[in-house]
Design a protein around this ligand. Structure first.
Ligand SMILES: Cc1cc2nc3c(=O)[nH]c(=O)nc-3n(C[C@H](O)[C@H](O)[C@H](O)COP(=O)(O)OP(=O)(O)OC[C@H]3O[C@@H](n4cnc5c(N)ncnc54)[C@H](O)[C@@H]3O)c2cc1C
Length: 425
């Protein structure tokens, strides 16, 4: 029997060394208490502290152990909700402003990495390919993105696409030169180090149980202690919906999977760019430093980690690239994202004054940086640009019923994708 997965360890965890941060064991005071140490919490804490606000970050487990340290590592502008959806909700001018904010997040990640550890950059560019013949939509999309959103995209016909991706599954594609891909866990750990250097106090293994109003501030309670803070910012994604009910009840947990092969000698993926296809639950993959193929895909609201994960992911790779043979899978893992019903981030302040920055869905590397900046600027009284997200306020996601509805819509969309592919075969 082949020896496939090293259980519970991602390739990312296997390729970093972590520093530990002590759990909270007493009562302390701060101006800002950030709950959750994923990218959203880390950037928020770092940027609050940089603005002179004494900040404490409480992380229930280890920093960046959630989606932030387990994701595909693609960094590109935009949101989980596509530009067409944003345009139809808020109109052209507001959509342009939102897109520009999302680009500020991409710039933040790039600048942080360039300034502190360029080795975290795994490659530049992102190619998004169709798995069915284009009917003209791709070219007009390219023109709109360049004209209205200042996002230059390069169009490739079928022949050019297949020079880079040697697979009959692909037809036309678009390349974004502004996108890049990174080691996300190393980026999260870098953010934590920068935060501590700036003066943030981080406590790991410190699960927050509640956050309640106390005089003019809040008390954030954990098993071992509590933080009395003037401001609280909730950044726990879909993982602890009870801690901040207004944002927690608006979240749906959605799982997706990643597998990493052994180092490959191959000639079918001929690009160092990140690659994705346009299906609703499509594949996303990239070659990483030592010739390993990091392959992500599938999307489900059923959170359990399938025991046959390695075999499933290998099957997905070979369906696109039979030329790969049957690569050995050295690592495979699941990750949990948080989505709001409208697929846009939830960024704002509730009626009591508690802040939230969450629901980044499958497009969180840039948008968490953007959100951290917006919240820190709002808290420091610099501006209220965070209000641009008011049209996307938290709305109840219908609990278990919402999950079933979303799972049903994934199945329906996947069936549509298969039908479109079948027509092009
Ligand atoms: C497999 C996968 C692939 C993805 N690929 C990409 C990609 O290529 N590009 C992209 O842009 N996005 C991608 N995403 C999405 C992106 O990773 C997320 O949107 C983003 O990381 C969310 O960050 P976050 O800080 O909101 O949440 P998380 O990273 O999940 O962080 C939340 C943190 O809160 C902590 N926490 C929870 N409850 C408590 C509590 N009660 N007290 C204290 N702490 C608590 C958790 O331990 C966790 O560390 C992917 C996601 C997954 C799962």
């Amino acid at each position: 029997m082949r020896q496939d997965i090293k259980p519970a360890e991602s390739w990312y965890e296997a390729t970093v060394s972590r520093e530990g941060y002590e759990p909270l064991r007493r009562s302390i005071e701060a101006e800002v208490c950030v709950v959750g140490g994923g990218f959203a919490g880390l950037v928020t804490a770092l940027e609050c502290q940089r603005r002179g606000l004494r900040t404490v970050l409480l992380e229930g487990s280890r920093v960046a152990c959630g989606a932030s340290g387990r994701n595909g590592g693609f960094v590109s502008s935009g949101f989980a909700l596509g530009v067409e959806g944003i345009l139809s909700k808020v109109g052209r001018e507001a959509a342009k402003e939102l897109y520009a904010l999302s680009r500020s997040g991409t710039d933040y990640v790039r600048d942080t990495i360039n300034a502190h550890d360029p080795s975290l950059l795994n490659g530049r560019g992102m190619r998004v390919a169709l798995r069915h013949r284009d009917t003209g939509g791709l070219k007009s999309y390219t023109e709109m993105m360049s004209r209205d959103f200042g996002e230059p995209l390069h169009y490739s016909g079928v022949e050019e696409t297949r020079l880079h991706l040697v697979s009959t599954r692909y037809f036309e594609s678009l390349v974004s030169e502004n996108a890049f891909h990174i080691h996300p866990l190393a980026y999260g750990l870098l953010l934590a180090r920068l935060a501590v250097q700036a003066g943030v106090t981080i406590h790991e293994n410190t699960l927050v149980n509640s956050s309640t109003r106390e005089g003019t501030g809040f008390v954030v309670a954990t098993d071992g202690g509590q933080v009395h803070a003037r401001h609280v910012v909730h950044c726990v994604s879909s993982l602890s919906p009870h801690v901040h009910r207004p944002s927690g009840r608006a979240m749906l947990p959605v799982a997706t999977y990643v597998a990493v092969t052994n180092p490959l000698q191959q000639n079918v993926i001929r690009t160092s760019a990140a690659i994705a296809d346009t299906r609703r639950a499509g594949d996303y993959y990239r070659l990483v430093n030592d010739g390993r193929l990091l392959w992500g895909g599938r999307i489900t609201t059923r959170i359990s980690e399938p025991s046959r994960l390695a075999a499933l992911m290998r099957g997905d790779m070979m369906a696109v690239y039979p030329g790969l043979g049957a690569p050995r899978i050295d690592y495979a893992w699941a990750g949990l994202m948080g989505y709001a019903i409208h697929k846009m981030p939830l960024i704002g302040r509730d009626a009591e004054g508690q802040w939230f920055a969450t629901a980044f869905g499958g497009h969180g590397v840039n948008t968490t940086a953007m959100a951290g900046l917006l919240v820190a600027r709002g808290l420091a009284g610099e501006d209220d640009a965070w209000r641009r997200f008011t049209p996307f306020a938290p709305r109840w996601a219908f609990g278990q019923l919402g999950r079933l509805g979303v799972q049903g819509s994934y199945w329906w969309m996947q069936a549509q994708d298969r039908w479109e592919e079948a027509k092009s075969a």
